[in-house]
Ligand binder design. Structure first.
Ligand code: SAM
Length: 248
């Protein structure tokens, strides 16, 4: 996979992709992340990338021409494959694990990082294939959202994480939150690890984990539970949880 990030701050992208799983995935050739300086695609001597908004108002708006030129420079004429051109904006589609899974299937992503008051609307209308927000809050620039997207996509690439099984245990992998995890010591400051996890009984452990997954999701994210695909056993476990909580 190739990921091109068009930004005014390539150093942020380079620093954020150098380490850990994303850094290793690049060393292993699973992904190539390129941080592209938007100013290199300006034509005036001041390398201007922003201007005042038409109609007046506060702040500056990013100009369309350098962004179009930067994206066009990333298009691969040999393969003629169209990349996903993703504009990061607080007004975009809310980013989710299922969108990360969809993007991990692509061979080429181009990420556009905004700054200032935002980006000339013609970029959204005529250049971007997707507009993505990482949450209902406003950041200074698109670099952190780009890094969030890169990290979440790269860890899904085959070979990026040693144990593919661990991906299936993550929160959101099956629409629910993940189950609680424990490691040594068995007892810490009087708090003991649930005894079932020490039992060696794989069936009982799997059942306990599923039940705790359902319990956590019911408490913390009932919206997810309402949308999740639940088996007959899940429904039974939820009844057990409701009974236990009614009695406590
Ligand atoms: C200060 S914000 C612009 C906010 C814009 N005026 C608005 O009200 O929607 C500058 C840039 O940061 C990035 N950004 C900020 N918050 C974001 C979010 N929640 N998700 C994705 N990108 C975001 C975008 O690239 C945006 O163009």
């Amino acid at each position: 996979m190739r990921i091109d990030v068009i930004t005014l701050f390539p150093e942020v992208i380079e620093a954020g992709t150098r380490y850990s799983i994303v850094g290793r995935a690049q060393d292993w050739g699973l992904v190539q992340v390129r941080a592209i300086q938007l100013r290199d695609f300006t034509t005036d001597k001041h390398h201007t990338t922003d201007d005042e908004p038409y109609g007046g108002g506060a702040g500056l708006v990013m100009k369309p021409e350098p962004l179009f030129r930067a994206v066009e420079s990333c298009l691969n004429d040999e393969t003629h494959q169209l990349p996903r051109i993703i504009l990061l904006e607080p007004q975009g589609t809310l980013y989710t694990q299922s969108l990360a899974e969809e993007l991990a299937q692509e061979s080429h992503l181009i990420l556009l990082c905004g700054h200032y008051e935002g980006i000339d609307a013609r970029v959204r209308e005529h250049l971007a294939t997707d507009v993505i927000s990482i949450g209902d809050f406003v950041l200074t620039g698109g670099e952190l959202p780009a890094l969030v997207l890169i990290d979440s996509v790269v860890r899904l690439l085959p070979g990026a994480i040693h144990s593919a099984e661990s991906l299936g245990q993550d929160s959101y992998a099956d629409g629910l939150l993940g189950y609680p995890q424990y490691t040594r010591p068995k007892e810490f400051r009087g708090w003991r690890v649930p005894s079932v996890l020490l039992s060696g009984n794989h069936g009982a452990i799997a059942r306990w984990r599923r039940k705790e997954q359902l319990r956590l999701t019911r408490h913390l994210r009932p919206d997810l539970l309402a949308r999740a695909y639940l088996t007959k056993q899940d429904v039974e476990l939820l009844k057990e949880i409701a009974n236990e909580e009614a009695q406590s």
